[in-house]
Design a protein around this ligand. Structure first.
Ligand SMILES: [Zn+2]
Length: 386
């Protein structure tokens, strides 16, 4: 596989500005980077030769006359990226161009995932995504894989609700597919997805709520994952010191009371049914006072987690990544109401705008950052919000 490496010291700076501005002349690049005209000329020539950028159009000359500027754009068709989210009983995969624009998706739902079948299942999905690839200079530059567990240095260290921590996922998948593979915690991927494709904020926290509750923290555009990759594990902050035992070994962790799995169990118990799904819960929200109270209580518990992490990191934006909160946006207001009481007035709380693809987009962002050697990157979000 062909890789991209910067030739010049200031090449990442120039590339980042071309991506940020979406379309920019060499003269403007010179002005905003304080580099010399000849440096900008050399670097943009290198980026053109590498097919990372292209000349998009000739602009109008300025009032003082002179040469008409040629605009430069990031070449989103130069490479392809694969992102994959591994859930408890589902796998979602997507193939995109190097600006995150999705070409196709494949997903398996209601499946059993364990350490014996995960490599074959992922390889199948990757194979399906790779059929009939569009032409690109670099081909597929990597696979970003999000896991609902702890990741440290591209290795799975702890998966609370599966046996996958016993496998060398990155090495095995990479040798099966002959592609670079990058692992990331699911909540961290969600935060990267939000930061890269939907938000103007430089500091952002994304909270994923499913079996567990985790937060991805972006500070000044950089993902903060802590010394051991466990930063943002708010699901394992203590709600009740002598409470329920958690797979992490502690008692009374927030996610033992506020995860969506626990909430659905409580609703099923209340309604005396074996199982309830999203649609049933939405129906209850419209006409069942007891379930409404359970849902509001869930939002109150989530607000405790939000309050804890907001108090520590003081972000501009908190994004909630959960299917129930997306379907019942009023629950976001309940979180906000409880936060206001705790004086966290300035933080903006919202549902994700990427629907159920936030994590997938984060996986794409992870690979794109690695490939372009840029530690922060934001793309024009318009294509994602229509
Ligand atoms: Zn725990």
């Amino acid at each position: 596989m062909q890789t991209y490496n910067p030739t010049h010291q200031s090449e990442p700076l120039i590339l980042k500005n071309i991506i940020d501005y979406q379309e920019i002349s060499r003269a403007k690049l010179t002005k905003i980077t304080n580099l010399t005209k000849s440096s900008v000329s050399d670097i943009t020539k290198t980026l053109l030769d590498k097919d990372i950028i292209y000349e998009s159009k000739v602009g109008n000359s300025t009032n003082s006359g002179g040469r008409r500027p040629i605009y430069l754009k990031f070449n989103e068709n130069s490479a392809l990226v694969i992102g994959i989210e591994i859930g408890r009983n589902y796998i979602k995969g997507g193939l995109s161009y190097i600006n995150g624009s999705l070409i196709r998706e494949k997903s398996y739902t209601q499946i059993t995932i364990n350490r014996y079948n995960i490599i074959d299942t992922l390889s199948q999905i990757i194979q399906q995504l790779c059929s009939d690839l569009p032409k690109s200079s670099y081909g597929i530059i990597g696979v970003g894989v999000a896991i609902h567990g702890s990741i440290y240095k591209n290795k799975i260290t702890f998966v609370p609700y599966s046996d996958m921590d016993e496998i060398e996922l990155q090495e095995k998948l990479s040798s099966h597919t002959h592609l670079p593979v990058f692992l990331i915690n699911e909540a961290n991927a969600s935060a990267l997805g939000e930061y890269t494709f939907t938000s103007n904020s430089e500091s952002l926290i994304s909270i994923s709520i499913q079996d567990g509750i985790g937060a991805g923290i972006i500070e000044k555009g950089i993902l903060y994952s802590g010394k051991n990759g466990n930063a943002g594990e708010i699901g394992h902050t203590t709600l009740y010191p002598d409470g329920r035992l958690c797979p992490c070994g502690n008692h009374g962790c927030l996610e033992q009371y506020a995860s969506t799995t626990i909430l659905y169990k409580e609703i099923s118990k209340l309604k005396e049914v074996e199982y309830c799904d999203l649609h049933q819960v939405i129906n209850y929200w419209h006409n069942d006072e007891e379930v409404i109270q359970l849902l509001k209580n869930n939002a109150k518990l989530i607000s405790i987690g939000v309050n804890n992490i907001v108090s520590m990191y003081d972000p501009e934006t908190v994004v909630i990544n959960n299917e129930l909160y997306r379907e019942i946006p009023d629950l976001i207001n309940v979180i906000e109401k409880h936060l206001t009481r705790r004086n966290n007035r300035n933080v903006f709380i919202k549902n994700t705008s990427l629907e159920d693809k936030t994590t997938l987009y984060g996986c794409l962002s992870l690979v794109i950052r690695q490939f372009l050697k840029l530690n922060k990157i934001k793309f024009n979000t318009n294509i994602f919000l229509t």
